[in-house]
Ligand binder design. Structure first.
Ligand code: F6P
Length: 359
């Protein structure tokens, strides 16, 4: 048996732990493993395909990033080719990929990635590639699994940043608005905001009103609390308005958002007269060592993916459905991204603790 492993899309702490667990589990069965570099690039002749053995995965389980590298530009069905005039033309290179996989003698592929990679894996499965997926995203927006590895690490990083902001915000009687990742969903903002005891949390799932947010800030001031921490998901937007979209996406790439913290901080300053500062936590949330929780989940996913290959569960994704790791058909989770339920008990609890959602 010869399997291949690839990591695609934005990285997430825990990718290396998945790779390590999958390689060791495969080697234990006497299988051979190939690592496809940079998403599917290695299978398109744009990067390398490398053998992965015990020695190659030694000491990587605690490291962030991915030893296989990754990209969010390598969709083989919509591969962007730059034209002479600077524009991009999308080309379908999936047949080429299938040929290369066949020539390399790949019996099955373990594709580790988020919603974009899952969609690609599903399309490759319909072309005959025997593929098993491992869900990955710090945003926690893949359905079918209770959570994904990387999310806990991102929440911990954001929570620690909030802890640090508290002391400086209080010393200066300032409002500090911190932007966290979450293009379409506010899980990182919600979890880190509640864990870090923020005073307001803005999510894409609950459109905000700056007036309501400022009311909450002034109400706190009346109670003698002269500083505030506002955590805002990068994809949050005002009721009846639009999110802050930046940069032109390349074909096949998701929209890029950002800058909402700065906008909200300016608006709060104008309306309340309070001194405001903003920061974007950015890619710090994707970097660094995975937490113990993420290492364990990633390790379980890696082992389960190899077992799924052994059982011929093609077109399936490993998933956490506590206390078990199960497999679910990829097509069942596609197009159904997970979102924060505004009625979730964490949101309701946060409201009872006095946290404003700006609504
Ligand atoms: O991993 C998903 C994500 O964290 C989004 O929340 C964010 O918008 C995006 O990645 C940014 O990724 P990049 O800078 O790599 O395009």
């Amino acid at each position: 048996m010869r399997i291949a492993i690839s990591t695609g899309g934005g990285d997430a702490p825990g990718l290396n732990a998945v790779i390590r667990a999958a390689v060791l589990s495969a080697v234990d069965r006497g299988w051979h493993v190939l690592g496809i570099k940079r998403g599917y690039m290695g299978l398109l002749g744009e990067d390398d395909v490398i053998p992965l053995g015990r020695d190659d995965v030694r000491g990587i389980g605690h490291l962030g990033g991915t030893i296989l590298r990754t990209t969010n530009r390598g969709n083989p069905f919509r591969y962007p080719v730059k034209q002479d005039d600077g524009t991009f033309l999308e080309v379908d290179r999936s047949d080429e990929l299938m040929d290369n996989a066949r020539n390399l003698g790949i019996d099955a592929l373990i594709s580790i990635g988020g919603d974009g990679s899952l969609a690609i894996a599903q399309k490759l499965a319909t072309k005959g590639l025997r593929v098993v997926s491992v869900p990955k995203t710090i945003d926690n927006d893949v359905s079918g699994t209770i959570t994904t590895f990387g999310f806990d690490t991102a929440v911990t990083t954001a929570m620690e940043a909030i802890d640090k902001l508290h002391t400086t915000a209080e010393s200066h009687d300032r409002v500090i608005v911190m932007e966290v990742m979450g293009r379409d969903t506010g899980f990182i903002a919600l979890h880190s905001g509640v864990a870090g005891a923020a005073h307001a949390i803005l999510l894409p799932e609950i459109p905000y009103s700056v007036d309501k947010l400022c009311d909450a800030i002034m109400e706190r001031e009346r109670r003698g609390r002269t500083f505030d921490i506002v955590v805002v998901a990068e994809g949050a937007f005002p009721a009846g308005g639009e999110g802050s979209i930046i940069g032109a996406s390349l074909p096949g790439q998701a929209k890029r958002v950002g800058g909402v913290a700065e906008i909200v901080a300016k608006q709060i300053a104008e309306k309340t007269g309070k001194e405001c500062r903003s920061l974007v936590l950015g890619h710090l949330q994707r970097g660094g060592m995975p937490t113990g929780y993420d290492r364990l989940l990633a390790t379980r996913f890696g082992g389960a993916a190899v077992q799924a290959v052994e059982e011929g569960k093609w077109g399936q994704m490993v998933a956490l459905q506590s206390p078990d790791i199960v497999t679910v058909p990829i097509e069942q989770v596609l197009g159904k991204p997970r979102r924060v339920d505004p009625n979730h008990d964490l949101v309701r609890t946060a409201r009872r603790l006095g946290i404003s959602f700006g609504d």
